[in-house]
Design a protein around this ligand. Structure first.
Ligand code: GLP
Length: 241
């Protein structure tokens, strides 16, 4: 793991966007694994700025999102589909056919999950996977006690995750309690991984992820086994290292 610590969220966002932009410059048809949550919002904003300055082109880029709430359709303001459209896709020249996000309304979940894995394979695998991290150490929606061998699957969200994510919903009751998420195996198959964390509430989890033992209790700890991970932190998220 390569740990990079920067001063604050602004710097973290700029550096993350530069890494993503470099990937697209070096390989214009890159397959990017993308994340949601508050953490990558600044990186997406910076990436859009780099695009508007004419320095990168998304026309051949292919994307796969980590996860989607189960039960929410694309038009729901809280869906990750909506989030991605609102934060990045509507601003850049990405081909809509190259965007992949699990279908939260899929009738046949098993088929949706197997199909998602197949599409990743057909695209040639993920070149660079962007990750945030949950307070409990989840990546994607792979909650503690995860099976490391899992691929894309239906997950039941932890109480802590529902509580943390309720800030985006009108009430706790409205937060879906299930999601479709890439599994740890899917994430570990990416060629490179860029994990972002900002703020003090992630500091202890980040320390355990980097210096603790590898355990399904802290799903992100499995990243210690990946050969090419950058962990990009602001000073607060790095404060317990
Ligand atoms: C959600 C997402 C994760 C994300 C996490 C942390 O649960 N499924 O992919 O990493 O939230 O979110 P935040 O960046 O808002 O702290």
């Amino acid at each position: 793991m390569r740990i990079i610590t920067v001063k604050d969220y602004e710097e973290l966002s700029k550096k993350a966007a530069n890494i993503l932009a470099s990937q697209i410059t070096l390989k214009p048809n890159s397959v990017l694994g993308l994340a949601t949550g508050s953490t990558p919002v600044g990186a997406y904003r910076e990436l859009v700025r780099i695009y508007k300055e004419g320095d990168i082109n998304f026309s051949e880029v292919v994307t796969f999102n980590l996860d989607e709430y189960y039960g929410l359709d694309k038009e729901n303001l809280q869906s990750y589909y909506y989030f991605m459209r609102d934060n990045i896709f509507k601003f850049v020249n990405i081909n809509i056919n190259n965007i992949h996000i699990p279908d939260g309304r899929a009738k046949n979940i098993e088929q949706e999950c197997i199909g998602y894995e197949d599409k990743i394979k057909q695209a040639g695998g993920i070149d660079l996977q962007l990750l945030g991290i949950g307070r409990n150490g989840h990546i994607g929606f792979n909650e503690p006690d995860v099976k490391f061998e899992a691929q894309t699957h239906l997950v039941t969200l932890d109480e802590d995750t529902i509580e943390a994510n309720s800030r985006f919903f009108a009430s706790m009751e409205e937060v879906p309690d299930q999601a479709i998420s890439m599994g740890i195996k899917t994430i570990m198959h990416s060629r490179k991984i860029l994990l972002l964390a900002s703020g003090e509430e992630k500091a202890e989890t980040i320390n355990n992820m980097i210096n603790g033992k590898i355990t399904p209790e802290l799903p992100a700890s499995v990243l210690q086994l990946h050969p090419d991970v950058i962990v990009l932190l602001d000073e607060k998220a790095a404060s317990k290292l």
